[in-house]
Design a binder for this molecule. Structure first.
Ligand code: KIV
Length: 292
């Protein structure tokens, strides 16, 4: 059954009706297809691709061009979810004009519907400018991986009263700036619940407990395709790394022993045609030179 394209209005309605919103990352054509076919509402081409697809230590080094390359592939596979392009580090911090220009590239070149950027009160004017240019923006507060050097590593945020208050103020500033939804990453559940009550836009949690309006996970974490670590907040629904490895080693073994390819994987030629061909080449059926 074909589903209706998810828009920012669909998400608003879901929040109003109390229907949970689902979101996952994808980075290329096949993962885009999978997210679409799983009936997920929002697909994020996250800058997490720097780590889980490109093998970098963190998300800081990924570029606009790399992000757009992956967005284009995802957009060819995923037609129904709302497509979110993740603005990479330093594509929106330097100046507002550049931020609008780069946000526009995600829609014009990358085939995305909206963009996401990290930060709180300090990025609110940039969010306002991008929204005023006609591009919907999703905010992202709490653990913001682009600034892990400043945060001192991948760690839970908002653990004391002052930090929790700052998160609430950031959420409200982003809503006022026109953000249509917020990612809340790695913050205590009661803080996420308070934020969700105090804003009227959908909140999507990752390591933020069950009281958000929706949940997001990084696909490669939840299917076991990232080798380095599994964050505490991830549930692994499958672990495909050993399965794929088993298939690859079985293939290697069968090529070495000669059991692959079998006759069913090849293209036959009739005996008459083989005979005629050998005759023409001056060879007998065994492939030896005839009459030599
Ligand atoms: O880049 C990403 O995958 C993200 C998610 C963790 C929300 O920002």
């Amino acid at each position: 059954m074909s589903r209706k394209k998810v828009t920012i209005l669909t998400l608003k309605e879901k929040r109003e009706k109390g229907e949970p919103i689902t979101m996952l990352t994808a980075y290329d054509y096949p993962t885009g297809l999978l997210v679409d076919q799983a009936g997920i509402d929002i697909l994020l081409v996250g800058d997490s691709l720097a780590m889980v697809v490109l093998g970098h230590e963190n998300t800081v080094s990924v570029t606009m061009d790399e992000m757009l390359h992956h967005c284009k592939a995802v957009a060819r596979g995923a037609k129904t979810p709302l497509l979110v392009g993740d603005m990479p580090f330093m594509s929106y911090q330097v100046d507002v004009k550049e931020a609008i220009h780069n946000a526009g590239r995600f829609l014009k070149e990358g085939g995305m519907d909206v963009v996401k950027l990290e930060g709180g009160v300090e990025v609110a004017p940039t969010v306002r400018a991008i929204v005023d240019a006609g591009i919907p923006v999703m905010g992202h507060i709490g653990l913001t991986p682009q600034t892990i050097s400043k945060l001192g590593g991948f760690r839970v945020q908002g653990k004391d009263v002052a930090a929790a208050r700052a998160l609430i103020e950031s959420a409200q500033a982003l809503e006022q700036a026109g953000a249509f939804a917020l990612i809340l990453e790695a913050i205590p559940s009661p803080v996420a619940q308070l934020i969700t009550r105090r804003v009227s836009i959908p909140t999507i949690g990752i390591g933020a407990g069950p009281h958000c309006n929706g949940q997001v996970l990084v696909m490669h974490d939840m299917i076991g395709l990232f080798d380095r670590f599994v964050p505490k907040f991830v549930k692994q629904y499958t672990n495909i790394f050993p399965l794929v490895l088993q298939a690859l080693t079985a293939y290697r073994d069968e090529v070495i022993t000669g059991s692959f390819p079998g006759p069913e994987h090849g293209y036959p030629l009739s005996d008459e045609a083989v005979e005629a061909l050998l005759k023409e080449l001056g060879q007998d059926v065994s492939g030896e030179d005839a009459g030599g």
